[in-house]
Structure formats: C-alpha cells, structure tokens
Design a protein around this ligand. Structure first.
Ligand SMILES: *[C@@H]1O[C@H](CO)[C@@H](O)[C@H](O)[C@H]1NC(C)=O
Ligand SMILES: *[C@@H]1O[C@H](CO)[C@@H](O)[C@H](O)[C@H]1NC(C)=O
Ligand SMILES: [Zn+2]
Length: 275
C-alpha cells in the first residue's frame, strides 16, 4: 500500500505546482468564512497525505499519530445501523446554492439537520472527492460525497455516499450541482447552482441502513472523534458529468488508513525504517 501511494504521488508530482498554488483553504468543517487560515496542503508529492504532518507538526499531529484515521476499508466487521436510528433533512433551494472551488475540493453550502438517536447535528457543507476515499470490501468508487455536520456541543458527524457511474440519468441533486462544475475551474471561483432538491436523496438515505465507525477528518488537521455514517445507498452519476467533475476536482483522495484502533501507518513505516 505504501509503495503504491508513493508511486501515485510521484505521478502526481507533475500536477503538484497547480495543486499547491491553490490550497489556502482546506476541506472545512465549517463554511470557509468561519475557517482560520490553514497550512497549505494538497494531494501532490510534496504537499500530499504522506507529508501533511510535516506541513505543521502541531496542527496536523493526528495525521501521522492518530489511531482512528479516515478513510478506511469498510467490510463485514464494520458496524451497521438500521435506517431508523438516523435521519437527514435538507431544505430545497429553488434559487440554487453557493458552489465554490476551495482548491482542494468543490463545496456547496446548504442548511440541514442530521438526527442520530435523537441528537441533532447541523449541516455545514457538502463536498466531493474524486476518486472516492472509503472503500467497500476493498473496492474503490469513482466519487464520494461528504455531508459535514456539527452538534451544539461541537461533536462532529459526516455522512458519506459512494458514487457509481451509470449510462442513465444522475441522482437529481448530484446532476444539478455538478452541472455547474465547469464554471468553477479555478481555486476561489464561486457560482450559483441550478435549483436544488434533496428530496430523493434524503428519502432514500432515511430508509437505508448505514455503516458506522469513529474516525477522523480525511484532510488536515485529521481531527478525530468524527462519527462516520456511510450510507449503503449508492448514488449514480452519468459518465459525462463525472468526467467534467474530475477535470475540475482532479485527485483529492487520502490513502486508505489502518483499521480503527490500530497504529497509524506512518508510525509503523517510521518504525520499519528505523530498524
Ligand atoms: C501550526 O498550527 C498551530 C496550531 O493550529 C498554529 O498556531 C501555527 O500558527 C501553525 N504554524 C504555521 C507555521 O502555520
Ligand atoms: C441557513 O439558515 C440560517 C438560519 O435560518 C439562515 O440565516 C441562512 O441564510 C441559511 N443558509 C443557507 C445557505 O441556506
Ligand atoms: Zn471529505
């Protein structure tokens, strides 16, 4: 796995300049206006996931030392919760919503409410990863969407959806958001999406079981105590729209982390090197 990550990093080095020039913002828990200035990170050879800790050893310590890091491989050992435990509501946006290129991802700011066994979390934003970050039974998906939530006591919960390609029509909100992705090619660019409705998304989420585990943000500072809720409902996206999204988002997936509770892979690697 390490050799592979490094290989991919080396291939991406060609693009590192473009990526690192535009990494002033992170994938943020909050919409960007609430975000303190973050260390520049990206997905290239010198600013990518293997070196995030080195970018700021105070802020990003958990990236290299945390034992509950994300993303992971989800498999038969991952806890499954019945649909009845969790519900998600997101209002319609008949005038569209703000869609911004943060340099490290593209993000939409909408309101919403997640309830986990009665406890309420507010939706801050959702954003995209190409390819997907979590793997299901080792398989990767071409895209993953993260809905980032926070409760009043500051506890965090992220709802993830895997996106698979199809020849037919896209999940409505996915197609309607990503129809505008070519308008935000550059870091910092913003646009307004088409009218958005999350009705089919929330209806199917609310009746589908979820995989649950305690992990972390998948971007610096890699903070832990993030409840992950990965829907077993796979979303579909047409190939043409995915290709357009990939041209803008490029590559923003962190490598697979050790399974929850086990040593950080970078600590294991450092020990191996020191032997
Ligand atoms: C590193 O992170 C710490 C804690 O968030 C922050 O106070 C400090 O300014 C950062 N250092 C640099 C060089 O960005
Ligand atoms: C979210 O809700 C708050 C409070 O009702 C409102 O002020 C804000 O404009 C809403 N934001 C969006 C993006 O809908
Ligand atoms: Zn994410």
């Amino acid at each position: 796995m390490f050799a592979k990550s490094i290989e991919i990093g080396a291939v991406l080095a060609v693009f590192a300049a473009a990526v690192s020039a535009s990494c002033a913002y992170g994938t943020s828990l909050h919409p960007r206006q609430e975000q303190p200035p973050a260390a520049k990170y990206g997905y290239g050879a010198v600013d990518g996931p293997l070196l995030w800790y080195g970018l700021n050893k105070t802020a990003n310590e958990e990236c290299s030392r945390g034992n509950n890091q994300s993303p992971i491989v989800i498999d038969s050992t991952t806890k499954v919760s019945p649909a009845s435990e969790i519900s998600l509501e997101i209002p319609d946006y008949p005038d569209g919503a703000e869609f911004e290129n943060l340099g490290t991802t593209v993000e939409v700011i909408v309101n919403g409410t997640l309830k986990i066994s009665g406890k309420e979390y507010k939706l801050a934003q959702f954003h995209f990863h190409t390819p997907g970050e979590h793997r299901i039974n080792d398989e990767f998906y071409p895209m993953e969407v993260h809905f980032v939530h926070q409760a009043e006591d500051n506890s965090r919960a992220v709802v993830g959806f895997m996106v698979e390609l199809c020849n037919g029509s896209a999940e409505p909100f996915l197609g309607d958001v990503l129809a505008s992705v070519q308008e935000i090619k550059d870091s910092g660019a913003t646009t307004q999406t088409k009218p958005l409705s999350f009705k089919t998304l929330t209806e199917s989420f609310n009746k589908t079981p979820t995989w649950r585990y305690d992990g972390s943000l998948t971007t610096p500072p890699c903070s832990e105590e993030v409840q992950w809720i990965v829907s077993q409902k796979i979303l579909y996206l047409d190939v043409v729209t995915w290709l357009a999204a990939k041209k803008v988002v490029k590559f923003n997936a962190r490598y697979t982390q050790n399974s929850p509770g086990n040593d950080n892979l970078l600590e294991i690697s450092a020990r191996d090197l020191a032997e």
